[in-house]
Design a protein around this ligand. Structure first.
Ligand SMILES: Cc1cc2nc3c(=O)[nH]c(=O)nc-3n(C[C@H](O)[C@H](O)[C@H](O)COP(=O)(O)O)c2cc1C
Length: 178
């Protein structure tokens, strides 16, 4: 990878942050499709791609997502992507049966958030919602779980990325076996 590409990627990763205040401006469907097209390209265990994406917009989105996640800030978003995991399609590790749906969904979700950042759109991972309420409102069948709500829209503030706290690399890196 060229140094320039690395610098761009590093800049992208540090620009992505949780946006909790959005402008009213609607997000064009082509942009949402562009974002979701990169989620589609995410790797998944055994390439099972155990995911689907439900886009909600406007009042309907605010009602449904606000009911499952009752925070004023989420109601500022113009659009929402609900990332759904399909447990029956996902790879389960034969040794212990571990269901890899969450792992696959996480990668797809971060593709969405990073791509949105490149397009000037803000996002936030939201998992602290009531899954029963959301599943019922979305009429999700058995085996399909709403795993992440991603509000998406234009950030309603000027700074690129607020300061964020992270552990120091040396505190989390181990070379070899202790
Ligand atoms: C799996 C996961 C679940 C999260 N759930 C929520 C949530 O329910 N509500 C919320 O406001 N932020 C949520 N976040 C956002 C985190 O709080 C945020 O990513 C973290 O504080 C780091 O900040 P940053 O995203 O600005 O770098 C979640 C993030 C992840 C990865």
């Amino acid at each position: 990878m060229e140094l320039n590409s690395f610098a761009q990627f590093a800049n992208l990763v540090s620009s992505r942050h949780s946006c909790r205040k959005y402008k009213d401006t609607p997000v064009d469907h082509d942009l949402i499709r562009t974002v979701l097209d990169t989620a589609r390209l995410a790797p998944s265990a055994c390439n099972r791609q155990p995911w689907s994406f439900i886009v909600l917009e406007g009042e309907q989105g605010r009602d449904i997502c606000g009911r499952a996640y009752d925070r004023e800030w989420i109601r500022t978003a113009p659009s929402f992507i609900i990332v759904c995991g399909h447990h029956d399609e996902a790879w389960h590790r034969p040794f212990d049966g571990k269901d890899h749906t969450d792992v696959d969904i996480s990668i797809a979700t971060e593709h969405i958030c990073l791509t949105a950042t490149t397009l000037g759109l803000g996002t936030c991972w939201v998992c602290n919602f009531d899954p029963a309420t959301l599943s019922a409102d979305l009429h999700l069948p058995e085996g399909v779980e709403p795993i992440v709500i991603i509000p998406i829209g234009y950030p309603d503030y000027d700074e690129q990325a607020p300061a964020r706290k992270r552990k120091a690399l040396d505190d989390i890196l181990q070379w070899g076996v202790k």
